[in-house]
Structures are given as structure tokens and as C-alpha cells.
Design a binder for this molecule. Structure first.
Ligand code: GCW
Length: 728
């Protein structure tokens, strides 16, 4: 098959590497020129590159190396393809490397896994070489990015000898793009893939995106909304999607599609363009894409339909990654229509993908959104576990249950989903939300890596042993064949991708954590800041601290004590709207009334949700004495006068945290202002105006929530800011 090669063209010219727009688009791949002193420390670098192989991935790796070195050091590397090649960067797999006459045996200190890389020096054909090697081409590409990142951050690479392996094989992003070009919960402009029902002609941004993803080790991208338009599986659409896969391929990013489970019944395809209506139950399907009168996953015709559909896709896109399924959720079709299970639905698709090496991600985000809120035992948080735990062991080996980090829906603070510990014989992936749907929609700074770290490090104590979430999802605990990390990214056409340059730290951080969840939030943000803004100590100090302070600040003025969302839950998910979180069928409730606030999820008197956790975790949350303050209202209904571990009453904590949070948001403005003249003007002004806006919004949040709590509780603020004269 002839594959069109589309390489991303890095937009920044050497001279303009520091201007805002270019810096926005290049994000952490700016490769800004190094200062003379730092550049000098790399003076001994080879001046040539040699690539052992000719795959598109290796070519991209070489091109990236040449581009990065040129940008940062002003040195043009010469590509060489014949021996002897002298001192060179040598790029290639270990197998290729071992076919060269080496002066000594060359093996890494620990085993290299797929996608891992080894950066080392070696004497090859009597010349000193800097070797970037791996077991597969993608690993070589990742090695190049890692090396360039070190140079960009001024890290020494003298006598380098570093082996890196990824924590898990699944490191994917999901995009919630619709074929019409809109993105569900996207805050960075329209789709980079689609417009008006078609794949865009110009896919430059798609290939630039794949380059960004590859640079942080992300190896898969689902390009369309989980609320999937069935039309994405039409033959004519697949032929277009193939062009996106071509754009991804040099960067080792596998393309995948979200699919609607009812597709066999609703779509028409090239093979049956003349068929207007569904074929009757007795009539066999006429072609792979013929619409059936059913999508029952246990109907052999449905199995055949998926098999043929998968075959067709792989004919066009041989490295296709697989499918993502959202079923029986928020109005989507699902196996319940035929009394079948989620495992039945996942497996019919898994079996179609299996011969091609594809996987199906089946989302655990399944819940009843018409819950009766009057019933105090109803609890949406229980849904994922209730639906999927009974099916443990029923999913095929190439099916992965994709689980949101918390048991509700990407709130500013939630306990981890108990389902992570509830599946022992089923593959898992954690779904994290990079796009800030409930955390300020990129208008507020909210660096999510510290939150994700808490989730990934949370110890589930399965069978009484240390079993952090990162080890459950990566498959380490139960020795699962596949598993890992999925981030809902939702970048768009805006120059800065996510709608805000600072928000890109979340995309960067997601990739770094998926590669190695043991990295600290401090390390990750230090890396990102140096790559995105340079290494001026004032800039590094200020930006890293602002980012690290941002989630706690956002939490304190929007939703303290784990109350869940106080946002407009039935509307935009952005503005304060605490009343909307009651009396709705969606199950995002805080149960605030005149006497108290919080959901009683205890085993003893509440919904019983806590019983879904392993015993040690139950113990942590069930008793008021043990339950951490920051999740108190998620697990317990308490009077406003209840005294927290901190010594404050609940109501006073709400007042204080909102005032404190709004104050911190105002301070972000003054802290940012210290950077004037230290970074490019465009980004300085752009980000300043965002902080100013955020400070105003924080006051709006503060006043709305404080007045609401006061109205309900009639307890004035001791400091006299809300609802009455000061009492102290
Ligand atoms: O948080 C909710 C969002 C929906 C989204 C859904 C999901 C794609 O508000 O927009 O739909 O989650 O994750 O499926």
C-alpha cells in the first residue's frame, strides 16, 4: 500500500522561536536557541546523523533530531548513509545496531521493552557515537525526543547511559470531536480533523498534534467523540479517516475510532448504497456494511458485520488501533436493548479486532441519568462498580474497561473509582480529563497533575497489600496482558491547542505520567516550564509555583470538602450554580438543606457506596473520625456546625476557603506581573488577561457559594464577611 507521508512542519523559525504565536503552536517543542554558555556545553556533540532503517518513523526521528539541534544549537547535522560514518548520532533498533561492526558488545543495563529507549555512547567503526536505540522504531523516536528535551533544558548528556521503559502499553488520548467540526467539551476551537461532516483537506494540524503526542510518549489517539456519530463507520468516511492515520503514522500514533453500538442497524455503506431500509430478519446480510435489523451482540449476523467492518478498516489502515465504546450511557444505545451484558457487547467487537491486533475500550461510564433524587439510597457513584464488577472475567483479552478516575465525573475532587480494585480478571485503563470541563474550562488555571498523582498513588489495599491505582490500571497487580492510561484531550484549531497556553501543561503532564506515574508533579512542571518558557530562574520559579498552586486554589473557591460539583450541572458546567445540583435525575447531588450538607454514602446508614471499596479503604471513609476533611461531604451528611479535623466548623470552612481561594486567585495576577520582560510579550499579555479574568470569576464563585450556604444555614460568617455583623 502506498502511504502518503505528511510530516509536521515545525512552525518556529530560529529567529522567531520566542514570539508568542509560534511558541503557542510549538508548545513544549519550541527548541529555543540556547544561551552561549549552555550551548558550549554541547560543543562535543556529533555533527552527523545515521539512521539504520528507512521506516517513516525513523525518518521522522531523524528529521526531528536535525531540526531540534539546528534550532537550539545552530548546528546543521549531516545525514550519512554509508560507512564509515565517523562521529555520529546513530538511530536504529538494537537488532540493526547489532548488525554493525561494534568494538564491544552493546546491551543495555536492563531489558528494553516495546517503546522504551536507550541513550548511550558507543564506539562504532572506530568513531565515538551517540546511540539512540530501542526494540522498535517508535522507541527510537521517543529516544530522540528525550534527548532533545534534555538539551532544551540544559541537562548534561555527557557519557549518557539511560534506559527508559514505559509504565504501560496503553498511553492514549481521546478526542471528543464531531464530524461537523464541533468538539464536545472542547475549549480550543474547532476540530483539527473534521469540518462539515468530512475529514479536513488540510491535516497539517493533525500531524503537528501527532508530533506533540509522540514527544511525550503517547501512542494512540481516538479521533472522534465517544458520543459517536454512526456515520464514522461508513465506508466513504473510513476512506477519509485513512488520511488522518497517514498523518499520524510517522509519529507512531495509532488511530482509533469511537463507535456507536447500534451501527450495524443504522449505517449504510458503499457495499449496499442502494439498500434503503434494513434487511429483514430472515434475509442474510448482503455485504459487510449492509444495515441489519438488529445490533444484538449475540446475533451471528452482528458478529459478522463487525468482523467485516474491522477487516475493511484494516485494509485501509493496517496499523489501526481499535474502537472505543460508550453504551447504555446518557442516552446511547447499548446491549440492554437486547437484554445482553456489557461483556457481550465488548466481546463481539473485540473478536472482530483480534485477528488484526486491535483492542476495544469499553467505557465504564454507565449510569442511570433519570435517578429519583427523593430516594436517599439512590447513588450514581455506585453505578460503574454495580454494572461492571459482576462481569469481571467475562471480557476477552483484547477488551479494556476504561474507567474514569472518580466515581462521578471529573469533579475537582472525588474519591477514586472503587472499580479499579473490583476487576481482577479484566483489563483496565484509567480515563483522565485533560480538557478542563469541570475545572474552569481553560479560563481558570488548574494544573491537574497533582490531582492525577493523588489518584494514581492512591493505595486500594487489595487483599491487604500495597496496590496503588497506577499498578492496577497498568496490569501489574493482576498480571493483565494490556492496560494503561487514557486522557480526554480535546485540542482544537486554536494556535495554542487547548485555548490557553498554560493549560498545555496538563497535556504534557498527562503524557509524562502515562509514561512514568512515579514522576513527581514538581519534576513534570519544571520540565514543562523550561521547555515552554525557557530556564530564566525567575520564570521557572514563578510559573512552576503558579501551576502547582492552581488546583488547590480552584478547589477552594469552587468546591471544598468534596461536596461534589457546585457548578451549573444542568447547564454549562462552568458557572457557579449550587441549586442545580439537587432535584435532578443526573445524580450529582450534595443534599444541602437547612440543617446540613453532604451525601451519606456510608455502609451503616447511607447508600452503601463505601462498601464497594476493599476493607482498608472502607475503614478510612466509613467513620467520621477517619474520613479526610477534603472528602467529608462526599461520604457523609453532617450539620453545618460539624467540627472538622482542622478545628473549624463546616460552614466556617466554606466561608474561609472561598475567601482564601479568591484572594489567591487575585495574587496570581500580581505574581504573574513579576514576569513582565522575562518572557515574550504576547504570551505575557495573553496570560495576564486570563489571570485577571480568573480573579473576577473567583469573586463571583466566592459570593455565590457563600451567600447560598448562608441562606441555607442561617449561620453568619464569624469574620463578618457573609450574612451579618462580625461576631469575633
Ligand atoms: O462529563 C460528561 C460530559 C459529556 C461527556 C460524558 C462522557 C462525551 O458532560 O459531555 O460526553 O461525560 O464522558 O461520556
Amino acid at each position: 500500500m502506498v502511504t502518503a507521508l505528511i510530516f509536521a512542519t515545525p512552525v518556529s523559525l530560529r529567529a522567531s522561536a520566542d514570539t508568542g504565536v509560534a511558541a503557542d503552536t510549538e508548545a513544549w517543542l519550541r527548541y529555543a536557541p540556547l544561551d552561549a554558555k549552555t550551548a558550549k556545553s554541547y560543543a562535543q556533540l556529533p555533527e552527523k546523523t545515521v539512521v539504520l532503517g528507512d521506516s517513516v518513523v525513523l525518518k521522522a526521528a531523524q528529521q526531528e533530531l536535525i531540526h531540534g539541534v539546528e534550532q537550539m544549537l545552530g548546528q546543521t547535522l549531516t545525514p550519512r548513509n554509508q560507512t564509515p560514518f565517523g562521529n555520529a548520532f546513530v538511530l536504529g533498533t538494537l537488532t540493526e545496531l547489532h548488525s554493525l561492526p561494534l568494538s564491544h558488545s552493546l546491551y543495555p543495563s536492563r531489558e528494553l521493552e516495546a517503546d522504551g529507549y536507550w541513550l548511550t555512547t558507543a564506539r562504532i567503526l572506530n568513531s565515538e557515537c551517540l546511540v539512540i536505540t530501542a526494540v522498535n522504531d517508535r522507541g527510537v523516536l521517543y529516544g530522540v525526543f528525550a534527548l532533545l528535551s534534555k538539551i532544551a533544558r540544559g541537562e548534561s548528556i555527557a557519557a549518557i547511559n539511560e534506559v527508559q521503559n514505559p509504565y504501560a502499553s496503553i498511553r492514549w488520548v481521546n478526542q471528543w470531536d464531531n464530524p461537523d467540526g464541533r468538539i464536545e467539551r472542547g475549549y480550543g476551537g474547532r476540530s483539527i480533523f473534521f469540518d462539515e461532516g468530512k475529514v479536513r483537506d488540510d491535516l497539517t494540524r493533525a500531524s503537528q498534534y501527532a508530533r506533540l503526542l509522540a514527544s511525550i510518549g503517547i501512542n494512540g489517539c481516538t479521533i472522534n467523540n465517544v458520543n459517536a456519530a454512526p456515520s464514522v463507520l461508513e465506508d466513504s468516511f473510513i476512506a477519509q479517516v485513512r488520511r488522518i492515520a497517514d498523518a499520524f503514522r510517522p509519529w507512531g500514533v495509532q488511530l482509533s475510532l469511537s463507535v456507536d453500538l447500534s451501527s450495524p442497524k443504522v449505517i449504510t455503506g458503499a457495499g449496499n448504497a442502494h439498500v434503503e431500509t434494513a434487511v429483514s430478519a430472515v434475509q442474510p446480510a448482503r455485504s459487510a456494511a449492509a444495515p441489519l435489523d438488529t445490533f444484538d451482540p449475540l446475533d451471528p449476523r452482528v458478529a459478522e458485520w463487525w468482523r467485516k467492518k474491522a477487516d475493511e478498516i484494516y485494509r485501509q489502515i493496517p496499523d489501526f488501533g481499535g474502537f472505543v465504546v460508550k453504551a447504555d450511557s446518557e442516552g446511547r444505545s447499548g446491549p440492554s436493548a437486547y437484554g445482553r451484558t456489557h461483556a457481550d457487547a465488548a466481546n463481539v467487537i473485540a473478536r472482530a479486532l483480534k485477528p488484526h491486533g486491535g483492542v476495544v475500550f469499553y467505557r465504564a461510564f454507565v449510569y442511570n441519568h433519570h435517578l429519583d433524587w427523593h430516594d436517599l439510597k439512590n447513588d450514581r457513584a455506585k453505578a460503574a462498580y454495580d454494572n461492571f464488577h459482576p462481569l469481571d472475567g467475562a471480557f476477552d483479552d483484547n477488551a479494556i474497561v476504561q474507567i474514569k478516575n472518580g466515581s462521578i465525573d471529573f469533579q475537582v475532587r472525588e474519591p477514586v473509582s472503587p472499580l479499579f480494585a473490583g476487576l481482577r480478571r479484566t483489563n483496565e485503563a484509567i480515563e483522565l480529563q485533560i480538557t478542563q470541563e469541570y475545572t474552569g474550562q481553560q479560563k481558570h488555571l488548574c494544573f491537574l497533575v497533582p490531582m492525577w498523582k493523588e489518584v494514581l498513588d492512591f493505595d486500594m489495599r487489595v487483599d491487604g497489600s500495597s496496590t496503588p491505582v497506577k499498578d492496577l490500571v497498568s496490569g501489574r497487580v493482576f498480571h493483565r496482558p494490556v492496560g494503561g492510561f487514557v486522557g480526554v484531550a480535546n485540542v482544537g484549531l486554536d494556535a495554542n491547542w487547548l485555548g490557553s497556553p498554560m493549560a498545555m501543561a496538563n497535556l504534557y503532564g498527562f503524557g509524562r505520567l502515562a509514561w512514568n506515574p512515579n514522576l513527581s508533579a514538581e519534576t513534570i512542571i519544571d520540565e514543562w516550564t523550561r521547555l515552554a518558557f525557557g530556564s530564566d530562574p525567575l520564570v521557572v520559579r514563578t510559573v512552576t509555583k503558579l501551576q502547582l498552586d492552581s488546583w488547590p486554589a480552584y478547589e477552594s473557591y469552587t468546591g471544598p470538602l468534596g461536596a461534589g460539583t457546585l457548578t451549573n450541572i444542568t447547564g454549562n458546567h462552568y458557572d457557579p450554580g449550587p441549586e442545580s445540583s439537587e432535584e435532578n435525575g443526573w445524580g450529582q447531588w450534595h443534599r444541602a438543606d437547612h440543617d446540613g450538607i453532604g451525601m451519606d454514602r456510608t455502609i451503616a446508614t447511607g447508600t452503601g457506596y463505601i462498601g464497594q471499596y476493599p476493607p482498608a479503604v472502607q475503614k478510612l471513609y466509613e467513620s467520621l473520625a477517619n474520613c479526610p476533611d477534603n472528602l467529608l461531604l462526599f461520604f457523609h451528611h453532617v450539620p453545618y456546625t460539624y467540627v472538622l479535623h482542622s478545628g473549624k466548623t463546616v460552614v466556617q470552612h466554606v466561608y474561609d476557603s472561598h475567601y482564601e481561594g479568591a484572594k489567591r486567585a487575585a495574587e496570581f495576577v500580581t505574581r504573574w506581573k513579576t514576569l513582565e520582560g522575562h518572557i515574550d510579550d504576547e504570551r505575557y499579555r495573553d496570560i495576564l488577561s486570563r489571570f485577571e479574568f480568573q480573579a473576577g470569576e473567583a469573586v463571583k464563585w466566592r459570593d455565590t457559594i457563600c451567600n447560598w450556604i448562608y441562606r441555607l444555614s442561617s449561620i453568619p460568617d464569624k469574620k463578618g464577611r457573609v450574612g451579618g455583623p462580625p461576631t469575633a
